[in-house]
Design a protein. Structure first.
Lengths: 993, 535
């Protein structure tokens, strides 16, 4: 119990702070109210058992309004509060003889409560597609990011990060792509704060996540709801005098699973010999091994929570120290959070304050290292003193070539450090004006700061990937500093009203929302230093004296203003109806179209109430329709703007010239998505089998895109216009089955499945015959278009030549469109050759408990998507062996004797099924001695992440690429500068006090 | 009572904020943007706006426009596919083979470059017309001449381009005929050219980099000399007259050496009629060094970036300098045409020395450059040698193959943006135009006046033998030697009827390829446009 020894003194100190909550008391009668912890609603029928000091028990049951009164002849020392579907609470009785209790529900059938926009609803009342994931269902193991908690858990919510770069974010898509504007990822709402940053919360602080999937549920968030909404609820304390302290700690070892297959030194040497080319240097270096390691991550989470009758709190500190599998990479993050709620005026007035601060120091490294490690000469040594190869005089082997450098030296010599600080403040006051009528005012502000300091010393070979275009040898060092800051503030007022008219429950909410965003930044870069010793003193770069340094800055801002309202009706827990509308305006739109209206309506009936449907314990059918919007990707796009366009000599003097760089479009308006969703929620076999199915169809009109316009008459040849429509369809199902519920062994299994297909149904002629095209890139395939999205086609269609083999001379043969295989140079025929969007995705979770052991494992898969394996397009070709190591997958053909020419040969099916995580846990019995010292629970666990992948894809990671850099219309490109997939094992312990 | 008070407080505070915060004007939030409706109010802003019509010219120094459309498509330049480098979807090869398409990047880029300039000129002319002052009138004339040059390039490249000259007309424009565009350019230059400054001598600080009276005459001379291409009717007398205005002014003269026109600080050249005043810091964009040099040459010149090893000249073009039959004159040792670039004896034209970078390559410290990735077939192996010989156009041209475009002086410590100014019109060009117009009027290529001019250039710039007679082909080759890579080769070949002839890496092409296609993006964006024939 070493940990305990360490923890105890801290605990004593901390608990003494809250000594105030455990005052001795004497009461013979206790009254109070029992409410649901989730929404504060009264719970009738709860058993309240008063226990006297002598052990005598008296029982009472809460009435319809949740109140109770329990009286005894002796002094009551504690209350046991219990009810079906709720966690039992054991409370010490306070001096006031009045004790309000909030209970947390345990049942995950239709009785649950979910968080919706601007409120909560009972799950049975929900008439739109909403999925709730609570903490116990989250992914486990080596998780440092909130998105990771949900990966694969929600049907229709796709979350992916190819490779294991701990400093890289996840792409998140809900029901595929529904906008080409700003918000392709779902809107995030944290404890009511709209537009929050998912990375500002520590995964350990989250209680539950609700995902609003359809248009109807998201419409209350109007302009940013098109990609769905993720509502995060963080932990808060419980009322009623209890407090708890939790400490958890875990350590992870992470290692690469697979590298892009390439030739080793012997194979490469033999190939060079055969070709009579290149440079066999006689060493044998596995560059991928050289740049990677077993990375160690450790995480500590400390939290305490609790509450009196009036005040509840949850305070936590989280520390993460993660190494990346690439040498010299990783991060350290410290996150602190305070969540305080205070109730006054007989609970009519509720104050809430939340403060969160995150501080992160990250060594970002350089993703290009993974590219270079694959293609760098494996016969070259890592180090060299030979002046012919120690070109940069840093002691490392370097070659005077473009496109790559020694990847080990790259990571060892150059620094790329990011410091980020996130501070969130949120406060709200809620007041009950009259019975059922509450007004709430919320103000929240979040600030994100990021500073990058990067330096390449004078004895390094500066690579193209190093911040600016200055490349190669003899730069005498290059430094880059960048500071970015964004601030957003939210001011909201809502009025809610709940009442019951006969059998009709009415819940209404109305409100006003005002939000402001400001982003600004500064960057500076310069080279040619006299010394590397003061690398952060960038003014010392002699480039500035020669006018060659670079300096940039920006600042932009926007505002959103909205009015919204919603009414929920519940007729006798049988028929449900919900209708909402949001009118929202943004500064980002043209003067003629500042405001948009986003209505929604949905309804459902519980058939169990009227029909005798035997096997079903519940069967609710629902349908919904909702309109949501999407903002343009940047600010100022509706305006005619001028920008500096170089200098020119005017009367012998240089003057900075200004010319137009964007046309105005006063008609620029919201992208609008309308969506119909049909769904059913059901429970069978005494609620052991529960499930949800949904079918949806969504149409997005007025897609915002930057298109060519004739200039003249336009001042500039590009303008942002509303130019097209998207249509998406999909099916989603989620089933949960409690296979074994009784006895020592329990088994709970859940599966989710989703399909999605997005088509561009209309494209304005002004946008050309296709949009979203992207090129393969350097070397030598710069103007090689590989993806386009055209009218009638699916988003992100791979478009190029159809491979038909190689001829006797090793030349590529392509299809000529008439079914003939002809030399690639003799045809320009191109066709759709694949697509990067998955056809369906699934997740399968299993939870077993056996006595004190628990085991869970989770499989996750994406199917039907393809990837363009860019490593192969450039390097799986003996013709390039003189300069680059050769990629050597099963497709490698030594007879090939041609240039690198793209075709369907490089498109691969990338269906995969991963054993995403598996955890074995053991709840350690707490000895009576430990119990006496206050230990409540102890648990140890081991988790493996990414234990197994089944795929035919030859690249390093078959994960879906949802976008290509910033191009959301180009999914499916496996770019070279990508980290490889990793596997990790985590050992952890949780202590509850 | 207490509750009432709290209620009122809440509702009042809410209403206050709601009422005040529904304004959505983006103007105050455009912190880092210059909006069009506000710009141009001060004199400095106006100068900056006028400057934008010129700074657009920095595009002539990049790998598109003049170098791609007027060079790569001729015998001057080739961009071979060098194994993994420069394949780029085949568009460089298509330029060479005259197989370009409407959606290829280079014609599209050139259209954007020219109409960007036209559009800026239109806007400024409209703005200045609202200002009733003599200086505004002068600016207007200058912008109209500059716009005429953008239109001249458009006419030369695309032919039937829209004449969008009225800033207030917002309808997507229709094509005009070549004859209409020709007539517009002619009238604009004749009317407005006369209003421009006439420098008494060069270099003239006040007008350097900008169009002047003589620039307008130079554009007219080009227009007239090529009139048959554009309208079917020759205008050689007019071409001669325009050239004579420049020549007879006495302002310009041939520089004493050919090289001084292309040195790093060439702004003092007496030959420059109009140059884009490139500068590594002030006006970047001239990067022929990056286009043509090998990445190994970074250490030859200690450049701040690795060059791209693309553009080269052809052995055919190089040979027109060293072949004693084509170019008689004193001989010397020159890099030969074989696959190793073996030194041989050939005509030692001074312009060859200036225009090409060939032979063994060295670092700035004098060490021989070595290419560790030399191709198996590379006959001289790893030592790095630029050879005029290019083994193939695609797919595996050796990285060392091709004489490099060394015309504009490379200096130690240069950056990826060169300082050398790029002359759009140079006095030698005017002289050669005069010679050509004279010969064409006389219907005699050996006309003494024409021959005298050509011999003056051969002697003073090339240091090669004077001719006693001359043929059309010889004249064309001489123009090629003198004007190499300066952006006129394509129209010269068209004028002499040989642009579509078969030559190295290019088979005979269709006459419709004398015009580039109107870019597909423009056809998509503007329903009123019609594509050129043959595309």
């Amino acid at each position: 119990m070493k940990i305990l020894k360490f923890v105890r003194p801290i605990m004593v100190a901390l608990l003494s702070l809250f000594f105030v909550f455990s005052v001795q008391a004497q009461s013979k009668a206790v009254t109070g109210k029992v409410v649901d912890a989730k929404d504060g609603s009264a719970i009738p029928g709860i058993t309240v058992t008063a226990v006297t000091a002598s052990g005598k028990k008296v029982t009472a049951v809460t009435s319809n309004d949740g109140t109770y009164k329990v009286a005894s002849a002796e002094v009551i020392s504690r209350l046991v509060v219990s009810g079906v579907g709720f966690e039992q609470q054991d409370l010490a009785v306070g001096r006031n003889a009045s004790l309000n209790v909030s209970l947390t529900s345990t049942v995950s059938s239709l009785g649950d409560v979910v968080v919706v926009g601007y409120g909560t609803q009972k799950k049975k009342e929900i008439t739109s597609a909403i999925t709730r994931i609570s903490a116990e269902e989250f992914n486990k193991g080596n998780i440092n990011n909130v998105a990771q908690l949900l990966q694969g858990k929600v049907a229709g919510l796709s979350i992916a990060r190819p490779g294991g770069n701990p400093n890289e974010g996840f792409s998140i898509r809900l029901r595929g792509l529904s906008t080409i504007g700003a918000n392709t990822s779902p809107l995030v709402v944290v404890d009511g704060v709209v537009g929050a940053d998912l990375n500002s919360i520590d995964p350990a602080d989250i209680k539950s996540v609700d995902v609003l999937k359809d248009g109807s549920a998201a419409a209350i968030y109007g302009t940013r709801g098109s990609a769905g909404v993720i509502i995060v609820t963080t932990k808060n304390g419980l009322r009623g005098g209890t407090s708890s302290f939790n400490y958890s700690s875990q350590a992870t070892v992470e290692s690469p699973v697979k590298f892009t297959e390439h030739m080793d030194a012997a194979q490469y040497g033999a190939l060079l010999k055969k070709l009579g080319t290149g440079n066999n240097l006689g060493s044998s270096t596995d560059w991928n091994k050289a740049i990677t390691r077993n990375a160690i991550t450790h995480v500590h989470n400390l939290s305490f929570s609790g509450g009196t009758d009036k005040t509840t709190f949850d305070v936590s500190m989280n520390y993460r120290n993660a190494e990346g599998i690439a040498i010299q990479t990783g991060f350290q993050q410290l996150n602190g959070r305070v969540n305080l709620t205070h109730r006054a005026l007989n609970d009519k007035l509720v104050f809430n304050v939340q403060l969160t601060s995150t501080s992160k120091e990250a060594d970002l490294g350089f993703s290009n290292a993974f590219e270079y490690a694959t293609i760098y000469n494996p016969t070259a040594p890592i180090y060299s003193k030979d002046p012919m190869y120690d070109l940069a005089k840093g002691g490392y082997f370097e070659q005077n070539a473009t496109e790559y450098s020694n990847p080990y030296a790259m990571l060892m010599q150059n620094t790329n450090h990011q410091t980020s600080r996130k501070i969130n403040f949120a406060g709200s006051v809620e007041y009950e004006i009259a019975k059922g009528l509450k007004v709430l005012t919320r103000y929240a502000q979040s600030t994100n700061n990021s500073d990058i300091n990067a330096y390449s010393p004078s004895n390094a070979f500066i690579d193209r990937g190093f911040y600016t275009g200055a490349t190669g040898l003899g730069r005498h060092g290059y430094g880059w500093k960048q500071a970015d800051k964004s601030v957003s503030s939210l001011y909201e007022n809502t009025l809610t009203y709940a009442t019951k008219i006969s059998k009709l429950d009415v819940n209404a909410v109305g409100g006003y929302s005002y939000q402001e965003f400001t982003n600004q930044g500064l960057s500076v870069g310069g080279g040619n230093f006299v010394t590397d010793l003061a690398k952060e003193s960038i003014g010392a770069a002699q480039d500035f004296q020669n006018g060659l340094g670079s300096l940039g800055s920006y600042k932009n801002g926007s505002k959103l203003v909205a009015f919204f309202g919603r009414v929920n009706l519940n007729w006798d827990n049988f028929a449900y109806l919900s209708a909402s509308v949001r009118q929202e305006g943004s500064t980002q739109f043209g003067d003629n179209n500042k405001w948009g209206i986003f209505p929604a309506v949905s309804g459902g009936v519980d058939l169990k109430k009227i029909l005798n449907i035997g096997v079903f314990d519940a069967l609710k059918l629902r349908t919904s329709y909702g309109v949501t919007g999407s903002l343009p990707p940047q600010t100022g796009l509706a305006q005619l703007t001028f920008a500096g366009s170089g200098n020119y000599l005017i009367d012998g003097n240089w003057i900075t010239t200004y010319g137009p760089n964007q046309n105005s479009n006063p008609d620029l308006k919201w992208e609008k998505k309308s969506e119909i969703d049909f769904g059913a929620d059901f429970a069978l076999l005494n609620n052991r089998l529960t499930g949800t199915i949904d079918y949806y169809q969504r149409t997005t009109t007025d897609l915002i895109f930057n298109v060519t316009v004739p200039s003249p008459p336009a001042l500039y040849n590009r303008a942002w216009k509303n130019i097209g429509d998207l249509e998406a369809k999909g099916f989603e199902a989620a089933l949960n089955y409690k296979v074994i519920t009784d006895g020592k062994l329990t088994w709970n299994t859940g599966v989710n499945y989703s399909t999605n297909k997005v088509t561009l149904t209309r494209l304005d002629k002004s946008a050309g015959s296709y949009i979203g095209e992207t090129n393969l890139g350097s070397p030598g395939q710069e103007a090689t278009q590989i993806i386009r999205t055209y009218e009638g086609g699916q988003i992100g269609t791979f478009w190029n030549a159809v491979y038909r083999g190689i001829d006797a001379n090793g030349k590529y043969l392509h299809d000529d469109g008439k079914g003939n295989a002809v030399l690639s140079t003799k045809t320009t025929y191109k066709a759709p050759i694949g697509n990067g969007m998955p056809k369906f995705e699934m997740g399968w979770s299993n939870v077993f408990t056996y006595g004190k052991f628990d085991l869970n494992f989770f499989l996750r898969g994406s199917f039907g998507h393809q990837l363009i394996n860019t490593f192969r397009t450039f390097y799986e070709n003996p013709a390039n062996a003189a300069i680059y190591n050769v990629v050597n997958t099963k497709y490698f053909d030594p007879k090939l004797n041609d240039a690198s020419i793209f075709s369907s040969l490089f498109v691969e099916k990338a269906d995969f099924l991963k054993l995403d995580n598996a955890t074995l846990g053991y709840t350690i019995p707490v000895s009576s001695k430990a119990k006496a010292q206050g230990v409540k629970s102890l648990r140890a666990f081991i988790t493996g992440n990414n234990l197994m992948t089944i795929t035919n894809y030859t690249g390093a990671d078959p994960e879906v690429r949802w976008q290509d850099g910033g191009n959301i219309l180009a999914p499916g490109i496996d770019r070279r500068a990508t980290w490889v997939m990793t596997r990790s094992f985590t050992l952890g312990i949780n202590i509850g006090l | 009572m207490k509750n009432n008070f709290v209620n009122k407080l809440f509702i009042a505070s809410m209403l206050l904020v709601v009422v005040s915060c529904t304004k959505l004007d983006e103007g105050p939030l455009l912190y880092d943007k210059v909006t069009g409706d506000k710009f141009g109010g001060t004199d400095l802003e106006l100068s900056a706006a006028v400057g934008a019509a010129y700074s657009n010219l920095s595009n002539v120094g990049g790998n598109g426009n003049l170098f791609a459309l007027n060079g790569v498509t001729t015998d001057e330049i080739v961009v071979p596919t060098r194994g993994p480098d420069w394949g780029d979807g085949g568009h460089w090869v298509r330029l060479k083979k005259h197989e370009w398409k409407a959606d290829d990047p280079m014609p599209g880029g050139a259209w954007g470059f020219c109409y960007g300039g036209v559009s800026t000129c239109n806007r400024l002319i409209a703005t200045l017309q609202g200002i009733n002052s003599p200086s505004a009138a002068k600016y207007i004339a200058e912008l109209k001449v500059l716009r005429a040059m953008y239109y001249y390039w458009l006419l030369d490249w695309f032919g039937n381009v829209p004449l969008s000259i009225d800033f207030k007309n917002v309808d997507p424009p229709k094509n005009a005929t070549q004859a209409q565009v020709y007539a517009f350019i002619e009238s604009e230059l004749t009317t407005n050219g006369a209003l421009l400054a006439k420098p008494a001598s060069v270099p003239d600080v006040a007008t350097y980099g900008r169009v002047n009276y003589y620039t307008a005459q130079a554009i007219l001379a080009k227009l007239y000399l090529n009139a048959k291409t554009y309208t079917g009717t020759e205008q050689n007398a007019k071409a001669l007259a325009a050239a004579n205005i420049i020549i007879n002014s006495g302002v310009y003269k041939l520089s004493s050496t050919y090289a001084e026109n292309f040195i790093q600080n060439n702004q003092g050249s007496k030959e420059t009629i109009w140059a884009v005043p490139f500068d590594r810091i002030k006006l970047g964009g001239f990067n022929v060094n990056m286009m043509t040099l090998s990445y190994l040459n970074q250490t030859t010149y200690n450049i701040n970036a690795q060059p791209w090893n693309g553009f080269a000249s052809t052995s055919e073009f190089y040979n027109s300098y060293i072949d004693p039959v084509q170019n008689p004159g004193p001989t010397g040792t020159v890099v030969g045409l074989d696959s190793k670039g073996t030194p041989t004896t050939g005509t030692d034209d001074k312009r060859r020395r200036n225009n090409f970078l060939v032979g063994p390559q060295f670092s700035s410290a004098g060490e021989r450059l070595v290419d560790n990735g030399a191709e198996p077939a590379d006959p001289d192996g790893k030592p790095f040698t630029f050879t005029p010989y290019v083994n193939e156009l695609e797919p595996n041209a050796w990285r060392q193959s091709g004489a490099r475009l060394g015309k504009w002086q490379f200096v130690l410590g240069m950056t990826s943006n060169m300082d050398n100014d790029f002359a759009i019109f140079r006095y030698a060009d005017i002289l050669l135009m005069k010679a050509e117009a004279t010969a064409r009027i006389a219907a005699n290529w050996s006309d003494p006046a024409a021959l005298a001019i050509v011999n003056q250039i051969r002697k003073e710039h090339g240091g090669v033998a004077e001719w006693t007679t001359m043929t059309a082909d010889q004249f064309l080759a001489e123009r090629g030697r003198e004007m190499a890579f300066e952006g006129w080769r394509r129209q010269d070949l068209i004028r002499f009827g040989s642009f579509q002839s078969a030559r190295l890496f290019q088979s005979e092409g269709a006459a419709t390829k004398n015009l580039y296609p109107i870019p597909a993006t423009q056809l998509n964006a503007n329903k009123n446009l019609t594509q050129n024939p043959g595309y």
